[in-house]
Write a protein of this length. Structure first.
Length: 167
């Protein structure tokens, strides 16, 4: 009985590890967007909880974003371990249909979007913060995805600064 239990535990750990390695978080942020700045704390919490299981990427989709300004933003906001993706020509934002900063997408290794939306419920609308307890939705979502659960739609839409697309 002990051998079966041990084998089952190893199998569960292997399946969990396989599932965990395939998740990537892409958070679209802008250096001067106040809501992008505000969401740094829930992003830090989420990173601390899942950095050994999930790849975290910060995407800067603005025309004037540069490697230096992006790194300065991440360093100032405690997110310096996120990988930087500069998307000046906005091809990545268009491909993933991101329209807001901050907007988060969770993808599996096949590129399937498992979640798109907000990081937390702190804002009801741009400039209108929620009163009372706030929920780190991204942290909760990653926990569920790692357990193998799907995130039912409709997903909570991102609230923040619009990405201005240029030709």
């Amino acid at each position: 009985m002990r051998k079966i239990s041990l084998t089952l535990s190893i199998l569960i750990m292997a399946l969990a590890t396989y599932g965990q390695e395939q998740l990537s978080v892409y958070v679209f942020v802008a250096e001067k967007c106040p809501i992008s700045i505000y969401m740094a704390r829930p992003l830090q919490e989420t990173y601390k909880a899942f950095s050994d299981q999930v790849a975290f990427n910060a995407v800067f989709p603005l025309k004037n974003s540069k490697e230096e300004t992006a790194q300065a933003f991440l360093d100032k906001n405690g997110l310096s371990d996120f990988k930087i993706k500069i998307d000046n020509y906005q091809g990545f934002a268009r491909k993933l249909e991101a329209t807001i900063t901050p907007e988060v997408l969770v993808l599996n290794n096949k590129g399937t979007v498992l979640y798109r939306g907000r990081i937390s419920d702190a804002y009801k609308a741009p400039g209108k913060m929620k009163h009372g307890t706030r929920k780190n939705e991204l942290k909760e979502i990653l926990g569920n995805l790692i357990k193998g659960n799907e995130i039912p739609k409709p997903w909570s839409p991102a609230i923040g600064c619009f990405i201005t697309f240029h030709n």
